[in-house]
Design a protein around this ligand. Sequence first.
Ligand code: ZN
Length: 333
Amino acid sequence: MKRYIYGAGKYGHLLYDILSNYEIEISGFVVSFNDDLKLDSKTMLIDDCSYEDTDVIYIAVKDEKERRIIRKNLNIKGLRNDQIIDFGSFIKQNDYEKIYSKYCLLCGSRIKDFEEGGWTDSPLFYEKHIIGGGKRSNCICPVCKCNDRMRWVYYTICKHTDMLKEKCRVLYFAPEKQIVDTLFLEEKGMVFYGADISSRRGNIQVDMTNICFKNDYFDYVVANHVLEHIQDETAALREVYRVLSPGGKFIFSFPICTDCETFDDESIVSKEDRLRFYGQEDHVRLYGTDYLKRIESVCDLKIQCFSPQDDLPHEKILEYGFIKDDIVMIGRK
Ligand SMILES: [Zn+2]
């Protein structure tokens, strides 16, 4: 016996999570159209499915009229009424939408809440406003353990680039497992290099200040929260620019202090001092309000900044667990 959920939207995923809590196994989602839905290994078009006599379909669609049409269509496909269970009104009546009001874009889980997370040891976070710094209440996904900043990077990649829609070459510095796993679920012919200065992480050892690839090779270079660890920032940016193809994009982010200009001082080397001045013991710089000018002055990237508060209404920012003034930059060569 297989169980399917009809509807792969909010209701579908909500029902999936509810049933998973009771250890009821779902074989997949079925949908009628794939206009704005991504079809993956778990989501199938209704017309591509064949059903056994013992299979069951749970309808999880909000609109009542639509649910009636779906039932009729399933009957036409040969399913009996006792194989079709309508969960739409159940979800609505029980207000599950309100209870499971958060959604993790990376693992696709509908959850009650994100958990607290973030770095808290530095006094800097109490003195200054640093975007993405300090303790945050809507930070960690309880299922995949991704954080708020990873989710925003992933959203920006999906919404503001074609990385998942085209054949492309990607060089991804310090790849975050949750983002990379999700990218690979979706990608259409991506050549991917997960790069790290250490051979223990990523699948290729690359020094960002001396990148071992030829000019114009990559369509995308990604470096989230990497530049603040690199002493020779100019060399790193020039190298990124060099390996990007014309029109290629550099997707990057770092903690930004909104109270002051960028601060770095090569005489600050101890862990304690770095924690005190930059907010983390392995950072070599604290970016400030001049961050754009600073990057544009060493390479010719045309940079655009993307922030949840410019892209989405307040409710969506809460639902997806973003930091409202988080910033991801996309620089185009
Ligand atoms: Zn998650």
